[in-house]
Design a protein around this ligand. Structure first.
Ligand SMILES: NC(=O)CCCC[C@@H]1SC[C@@H]2NC(=O)N[C@@H]21
Length: 518
């Protein structure tokens, strides 16, 4: 559909960070009756939020991943919470107006009525079961059903219009990985929306393909994201993805601060519109509402690619950032130009700092395969505040910083256009994480402050992904996939190589892996 076909210029979006009420016991198998009671406690809170959102003329409301009953189920204990969900690509169903078409679909009926009663698009995450039999499907799990982590989308008339099964599972042994990637998108009067879930954002499939091949310019993103500082806090990375890919991005997280689940927001190609970050044990969930422009023409970024290696006079050192060994140089002067290289990536920094005595900053580069909790190939340039004044603390998580910069300009010799510009600050008032809503520009691969920074700087980074250098095929991680009965060492040392050979072999034969992204 051409962009001019959209009859709206703006729309109002909302995301709800939900402080969910967990079922009393997630390790034993509850009855369907008790499971539904657990879900209803959370659904009623969703309903209150939807009513309030409607009073604010919200067009689309997003709820988080695992928001209805939480995480850490076993394959068996999740079963009473699952529902069969028909494929909206092959049939039209309005659960609110046709509640008896399928049995045991109470959650879907409730969500659909929420959309209809409040006349808005509702995006939620729930569990989907799909029966199968080994007689016709040799991959059918031994318990006779697939179990998927699923996003569902309802139109303002209550109709189910999209269903997405999460591809890249993150230690979710209760769920199966879909055998082929499914792309879920839907049309609204204010643009085309795609959906994927949490860990998916780090991978090419389905995220990049949805945006580039299916031309979605808005993403609805239920997530259960645990912050991993210094480069992968929720608000920081989700905002950077929106900017790097040139999309509106609506991220709803669960709120469980003692497990590092927090940070939701509404992000645009030009920067964050509104976000919520609260890591203390009180304050609870929050509804965030913001008006956004309809994206007429998505404008992806091109990363700076000119190869230049100005030599740095300073000594480099190594330190770990989230298990990756970066090469760093320390910022020792009040202003200057620094370069640092790691493998094929060279990063360049021009800066002027008003440095507080308690701060130490370093500028680092990493070009390699990240292997902790999943595998993904990274190229990163980062200017960060070290956790204390030792070099080995550079890259360790910290939320404290006291220095502001008069000037920052960062660029690098990236071999990918998938570069996400991050600016993370420490909020003066209370030391909470903060984002820059303006005062920064990302253009032609160069990230620069357009004026003196406000709030102390925690990190400023160019976070690049090279999907074609990932060692695992899309969606294949050693986590999840319902393989709970296999010990991970057996899986990694024996079965994984066999699986990989089989997958690569068959896909190569089918010519599916010929596409190069970079
Ligand atoms: N529910 C999910 O899919 C959570 C995955 C996101 C976690 C992000 S990605 C890698 C980092 N590791 C973490 O602990 N948090 C980050």
């Amino acid at each position: 559909m051409p962009a001019s076909a959209y009859n709206r210029k703006t729309f109002t979006a909302a995301v709800y960070e939900h402080s969910l009420i967990f079922p009393p016991n997630r390790s034993t198998v509850a009855s369907r009756y008790n499971a539904l009671a657990d879900v209803m406690v959370n659904l009623r809170i969703y309903d209150q939020q939807a009513k309030f959102a409607a009073s604010q003329d919200v067009d689309i409301l997003v709820f988080p991943e695992d928001g209805l009953y939480g995480t850490k189920f076993s394959r068996d204990s999740i079963k009473p919470y699952l529902e069969e969900i028909p494929d909206p690509k092959s049939e039209v169903w309005n659960p609110c107006t046709q509640p008896n078409r399928y049995s045991k679909t109470e959650i879907q009926v409730y969500l659909s009525c929420m959309a209809l009663n409040n006349s808005m698009y509702i995006v939620a995450n729930m569990g989907n079961k799909q029966r199968c039999t080994r007689r016709t499907d040799s991959n059918c799990p031994s318990d006779g059903q697939y179990q998927y982590n699923t996003n569902v989308v309802y139109a303002p008339n209550g109709r189910l219009i999209a269903r997405y099964h999460k591809q890249n599972l993150f230690y979710e042994y209760q769920f199966d990985r879909p055998r082929s990637v499914n792309y879920a998108f839907f049309e609204t009067p204010f643009g085309r929306f795609g959906t994927f879930t949490c860990f998916d954002i780090l991978f090419e499939e389905p995220a990049i393909t949805l945006i580039e091949r299916y031309n979605v310019s808005n993403i609805v993103f239920p997530t259960a994201w645990m912050d991993a500082l210094p480069l992968l806090s929720a608000i920081q990375f989700h905002s950077a993805f929106a900017q790097g890919m040139g999309v509106n991005f609506l991220a709803a997280n669960i709120h469980v601060p003692n497990k590092r689940f927090h940070g939701s927001g509404i992000y645009t190609p030009g920067g964050p519109k509104k976000f919520y970050y609260n890591d203390v044990g009180y304050g609870g969930g929050k509804l965030i509402i913001s008006q956004l422009n309809v994206i007429e023409n998505r404008r992806p970024h091109v990363a700076y690619n000119e190869v230049q290696r100005p030599s740095s006079e300073q000594k480099t050192f190594h330190s770990y950032v989230f298990y990756d060994k970066f090469t760093f140089v320390e910022l020792q002067r009040s202003s200057g130009v620094l370069s640092v290289c790691n493998n094929r990536l060279c990063c360049h920094l021009e800066y002027a700092i008003n440095k507080d005595n308690s701060d130490m900053y370093a500028f680092g580069a990493f070009d390699g395969l990240h292997t902790h909790e999943g595998q993904y190939y990274l190229q990163i340039c980062t200017l960060l505040r070290c956790a204390n004044k030792t070099r080995s603390s550079c890259g360790q998580p910290t939320k404290q910083a006291y220095s502001e910069f008069n000037d920052i300009k960062i660029y690098g010799t990236f071999q990918t256009n998938y570069v996400f510009p991050e600016v993370l600050k420490s909020r003066k008032r209370d030391g909470q994480l903060n984002l820059a809503s303006n005062g920064w520009k990302y253009n032609n691969g160069v990230l620069r402050a357009t004026r003196k920074t406000t709030h102390p700087v925690l990190s400023v980074s160019l976070f690049g992904r090279i999907y074609s250098r990932d060692k695992l095929p899309p969606g294949y991680h050693f986590t999840g996939s319902g393989s709970k009965s296999l010990s991970s060492s057996l899986y990694l040392s024996f079965l994984m190589p066999v699986l990989l050979l089989a997958v690569y072999g068959s896909n190569m034969a089918c010519g599916l892996f010929t596409r190069m992204d970079n």
